[in-house]
Write a protein that binds this ligand. Structure first.
Ligand code: SER
Length: 342
């Protein structure tokens, strides 16, 4: 591994070296992790990006961009040291997490995976003097009482889900490790992420992905939140670009660390259905709100992301209609080939 040269941040704290050459991605089989792993392999070389997940049947070890893979329970501290030493890791992209809806079914599991997992990442970075840790946060850090429109970067964070609690705590931990130990930790608050490749699992915003699959498959979707539910969303290509842009940003230009708001688009389910109907005439949505409605109602409708734009040049490309056109084109093609679900 390259010698780790510690820099000083503005306050004179040591900050780990700046070389990104050997990356560990946790949660590599998840919705975002799977596509992020492939893009990082394109950029850094397949052999330099180690994928890891709790799953024993990894997709990320197959195909042209297949590469090293480790089965990893992120809540186990020993496995972190072992994997990072074995592969000479200098950078961790920590995507493993339990999302909001699953977290409400099993709050303790959410705590273990999201908090024990992150503290293990940060402690490993401190002990092994890794270059950098990126751990995403979420719009779930906000709670009722926050301004819902253009939600500011800095506001009171009182989430009502265990997922949100772990993400607030995670942001604070990242910032603490930056200031206390000079670890370069960074993170961004993902909105709902929509993608055509790997399905999301256990999130409140999953409806915004499921709806496209059902539009293609059945021409009808039963939605678990109300028609007027408006949440911030983002298409996967923007999510991957933003994540890598933040990963590669100059530490000295960052005033925030673990908690960047990133906005892209915001729409109600009704508006999403209208956008789909332009391609799938007669598409129908039935509304049957369940316990996820209360979670959605506690989150922002749109975000002020001026800090991300100013500090590391965040700029999304897709809007609702361009995303819909791309999603439906990709899914229709797979459906015609008899492999809608991959
Ligand atoms: N997509 C996540 C969820 O719904 C929010 O970050 O839980």
């Amino acid at each position: 591994m390259d010698a780790c040269i510690r820099n000083l941040d503005r306050k004179g704290n040591a900050v780990s070296g700046t070389t990104i050459s050997r990356i560990l991605v946790t949660g590599s089989e998840g919705q975002i992790g799977s596509e992020l792993t492939l893009e990082l392999r394109r950029r850094y070389g397949a052999e330099n990006v180690v994928a890891s997940d709790i799953r024993t049947d990894p997709k990320t070890s197959q195909g042209e961009l297949g590469g090293p893979y480790e089965v990893m329970d992120v809540a186990d501290p020993a496995v972190w040291r072992e994997v990072c030493r074995k592969h000479d890791i200098d950078t961790v992209v920590h995507m493993a997490a339990i999302l909001s809806a699953t977290g409400e079914k099993n709050p303790l599991l959410a705590w273990q995976v999201n908090i024990d997992g992150l503290i293990n990442a940060l402690e490993t970075a401190r002990e092994l003097e890794l270059t950098r840790v990126l751990c995403p946060s979420s719009i779930a850090v906000f709670g009722p009482g926050c301004p819902r429109e253009n939600t500011p970067q800095e506001t009171t964070l009182k989430p009502t889900t265990m997922y949100g609690v772990t993400k607030v705590c995670g942001e604070l931990l990242c910032d603490y490790y930056v200031h206390r130990f000079g670890i370069d930790a960074r993170g961004l608050r993902y909105p709902g992420i929509i993608s055509s490749e790997t399905l999301p699992g256990g999130g409140t915003t999953d409806y915004a992905v499921d709806i496209y699959y059902k539009a293609i498959e059945e021409g009808c979707y039963t939605c678990f939140v109300r028609e007027d539910t408006r949440l911030p969303m983002m298409y996967m290509p923007d999510c991957i670009k933003g994540t890598i842009d933040l990963l590669e940003a100059d530490f000295h230009k960052l005033q925030h660390h673990g908690d960047f708001n990133i906005g892209s688009m915001s729409f109600t389910v009704g508006e999403l259905a209208t956008s789909i109907r332009r391609h799938v005439p007669g598409f129908e949505v039935i509304y049957a709100p369940d316990e996820r409605q209360a979670i959605a109602d506690s989150w922002p409708a749109s975000l002020d992301d001026s800090a991300a734009r100013a500090e590391w040049g965040w700029e999304p490309s897709f809007d609702l209609d361009s995303m819909t056109a791309d999603m439906l084109e990709k899914l229709s093609k797979r459906h015609a080939e008899g492999r809608l679900y991959g």
